[in-house]
Design a protein around this ligand. Structure first.
Ligand SMILES: Nc1ncnc2c1ncn2[C@@H]1O[C@H](COP(=O)(O)OP(=O)(O)OP(=O)(O)O)[C@@H](O)[C@H]1O
Ligand SMILES: [Mg+2]
Ligand SMILES: [Zn+2]
Length: 405
């Protein structure tokens, strides 16, 4: 067999194997167990999150020789043919290229006849929102009362383009983006089986780029493995993805907290020379500061980060002050738009970072006050001590109240 891209090779073959989407899988599996399968399903959601996969699984569940069952065997003729999309009783139709009324008429005619071998005749229509208005109309009657042996499964990324008449005749299930943590677990497992030799941090970078789409994640993994070969360094992976090396981003976040202007400018130069997008760098940096702030606020690093990254974030959170972090975040996040528009993005980013260092307080005001009090307590003049306490100055006048956000 020729080379199969990872996304196809690792298409889940059982409901249990689906990552995320438990809310859909549970309902569908229950319906099968209780023999309450609807005659038309609509699977909606972003691309590459399992709609077609789930449609095929449902077809297998209905037509498996041991079925209907929520755990199709995967080896009978019906199961293997559905997995390979060659089953005579399961038609996979691309709605984008078969969108005319004549295509629907054909389905309608065909649906009248009993299945050739299996229990059900199943029509899976992908990108169903592409059907023409006339095609939808032609479908209505059959969709309302299809023959007992017929099931429809529609999939679409754009359910808002479907007429209400169609929506109201289907049982709708919304697929979600796959949570980063879950995706990372799945990716680790696949990378191990494929002997990809990538670090957790590199896989986490892929997860971030994929933005919740499993197909995108697997395509990126493919891309990285062919570009870098086995056992690639994190920096090489970042380069292959056109992403910014996470280590650099983390070093920069640390440099911001430590007010290390030299290290910051060097990093900006480094990223600039590699030809990476500086706006992206600003975004990543803002995100990193967000992670540190969240860790500081909740006492727990975000789960979507790889373990090494979590460690670094925790360390930085321990080191930094919340007020300082919030301010750093503000300035860096605010610079993203400017850097994107600037005639000289590098200049804009450098200035923003230097400003961030200058503006961010080392500590919050109450903390500073305590420190001053402590200093005063150990040998400062009594007048000054009175001045430092809120509510009193040497002359007896009330001191201005410190600003509390
Ligand atoms: N929930 C998931 N769990 C595990 N793998 C998944 C999941 N969703 C997608 N995949 C992987 O991505 C590939 C593509 O998934 P699928 O074809 O089901 O996406 P889709 O939602 O139909 O996308 P599109 O809208 O682009 O048609 C699968 O072969 C599988 O490898
Ligand atoms: Mg699909
Ligand atoms: Zn089977």
């Amino acid at each position: 067999m020729g080379y199969l891209v990872l996304a196809r090779k690792w298409r889940p073959q059982t409901f249990d194997d689906m990552t995320g989407q438990e809310h859909v899988v549970r309902t569908v599996a229950n319906a099968i167990k209780m023999d309450r399968v609807a005659h038309a399903y609509l699977f909606c959601g972003p691309r590459g999150v399992g709609k077609t996969t789930a449609a095929r699984l449902l077809a297998k569940a209905l037509n498996c020789i041991h079925g209907p069952t929520a755990t199709p065997c995967g080896v009978c003729q019906a199961c293997t043919e559905i997995a390979a999309s060659t089953s005579v009783d399961v038609a996979e139709i691309d709605g984008a290229s078969n969108n005319g009324v004549e295509n629907v008429r054909e389905i309608r005619e065909n649906a009248k006849y009993l299945p050739q071998r299996d229990r059900h005749k199943i029509y899976i229509i992908d990108e169903v929102h592409m059907l023409s208005g006339a095609a939808f109309n032609a479908l209505l009657k059959t969709l309302e009362e299809p023959p007992g042996h017929v099931k429809f499964i529609f999939a679409t990324t754009e359910p808002h383009k479907l007429p209400d008449t169609i929506l109201s005749r289907c049982q709708r299930h919304d697929f979600r983006r796959i949570p980063a943590e879950r995706m990372l677990t799945r990716l680790k497992q696949i990378a191990a089986e494929e002997k990809a030799g990538l670090s957790d941090a590199a896989l986490a970078l892929i997860v971030r780029q994929a933005e919740g789409g499993m197909r995108d994640a697997l395509s990126l993994l493919d891309q990285v493995m062919s570009a870098c070969g086995p056992a690639a360094s994190d920096a090489a992976v970042a380069e292959a993805l056109g992403a910014i090396d996470r280590t650099v981003v983390q070093q920069m976040a640390a440099a911001l907290v430590r007010r290390d202007a030299k290290a910051l400018l060097e990093s900006v130069e480094d990223v600039f020379m590699r030809g990476s997008d500086l706006r992206r760098l600003a975004e990543e940096l803002a995100l990193e500061l967000r992670h540190v702030l969240v860790t500081r606020a909740t006492g727990k690093p975000p789960g979507e980060l790889a373990e090494v990254e979590q460690k670094m974030v925790v360390e930085l959170a321990r080191e930094a002050d919340p007020a300082q972090l919030a301010r750093l975040f503000d300035v860096v996040h605010g610079s993203v738009w400017d850097v994107g528009r600037a005639a000289q993005p590098r200049l804009a980013l450098e200035m923003a970072l230097l400003k961030a260092i200058q503006l961010a307080p080392t500590a919050s005001i109450p903390e500073l006050l305590t420190r001053v009090e402590k200093l005063l307590g150990t040998g400062a003049a009594p007048d000054a001590r009175a001045a430092a306490r809120p509510g009193g100055t040497p002359g007896g006048r009330p001191a201005p109240q410190p600003f509390r956000p």
